[in-house]
Ligand binder design. Sequence first.
Ligand code: NZQ
Ligand code: ZN
Length: 398
Amino acid sequence: MEDFSFQNKTAIRFGKHHIDEELHDAVAQFAQKVLLTYGGGSIKKSGLYDRVQKALADLQVFELSGIAPNPKIDSIRDGQKLAKAHDIDVILSVGGGSVLDASKVIASAKFYDGDAWDLVADRGAQSRSDIDQLPVVDILTLSATGSEMNAGSVISNSDLNIKLGTYGPNTPAVSFLDPQLTYSVSKWQTAAGSFDVFSHLAEQYFDRATANDVTSGIIEGMMRSVIKWAPVALAEPDNYDARANLMWGATMALNGIARSGNKNGWTVHPIEHELSAYYDITHGVGLAILTPRWMKRVLSGETQARFARYGREVWHLTGKDDLDVAQRAIQATYDWIKSLDIPMTLPGVAINSEEKFVEMAQEAVRIGNLNQNGGYVNLTVDDVTALYHDSMTTAGFE
Ligand code: NZQ
Ligand code: ZN
């Protein structure tokens, strides 16, 4: 087990009965001027928007709407202007990971006078850790990213074909997690979000730290939970237990607990972020297509014991030896993803040409530092290009 520091200050209000009673005070504790941020309108359809307006009736509420999936820097720039113009005190972010991610960066941008992209690309005179950040309160409506309890954001710049992770000094101050709000999430986004959770767990499970049984066991339990409940949520969208386990699982997968004592180099995420940056595909779907191919590519004499443990503990598999169990576990992963109705190839998400593969692989290796970041297995540009290529067909899996 490696040395680590752990601290997380987000207050969680989980379940059916917190929002109407507690939202006002959770926001008003930070003063009166609120920037309400949301996406393309799902919160209006569900009635949540009206509930929020009612709860905040005596506060001054300004709005930023239209934050898109794979949130774009233009929304951050708009939010920065609003936050400065109205001297906003607190952001109330209502939506999925994209809305939360954008809100956390707007919360920093209020205190920066230059272009908000500087803060994401960490290229200005000041980085986000040098400046203040508005408090963010959120109401989560989609289980996936863990943004509700971490300091990260992932922001896209469509002009530059870049999607970058950025970290602020603070996690959200208060997160309201009501699983009922996710009943209306589409099958596509439910499957994508569930796989995003699984991928966060896998990125932290396949790790070079040794003898870290506490973290390994926590991750295995959470993997079993998402494997069990994702199909239930797809079949019965308003199954509370399924939505509750997916929601808390999403939060717990990426709030720092599952990385404690690890070495923490991620691999599949930087490779997926290039797919989203170039083709604007759904993050969790990109991860689902890449992950079984990545597993197959990094399985070796050195890694097979870990994959065999994954097979035994997560999938309850047996076999004649470690290699056998490891291979079955990778196939089981693929079969589970397929059962969620996720397209299993890049052409399935309308990526039909290999022309950008080398360029994307170069960016993934550069941004993710994949050939030397202490991730599970180092990957070169050729390895990543081959991984994209492997994802064009179902060869080797069907
Ligand atoms: O915009 P609206 O109308 O709200 O619709 C959204 C959006 O179209 C819809 N939706 C959300 N809640 C709903 C709903 N539809 C019906 N009912 C509801 N209750 O779902 C669509 C997708 O929303 P989005 O926020 O984009 O999804 P998700 O939560 O999966 O977020 C994905 C983004 O988070 C980043 C990803 O890269 C991607 O940009 N990530 C953030 C991370 C972090 N902050 O730690 C880590 C992750 O690895 C990830 O990279
Ligand atoms: Zn993710």
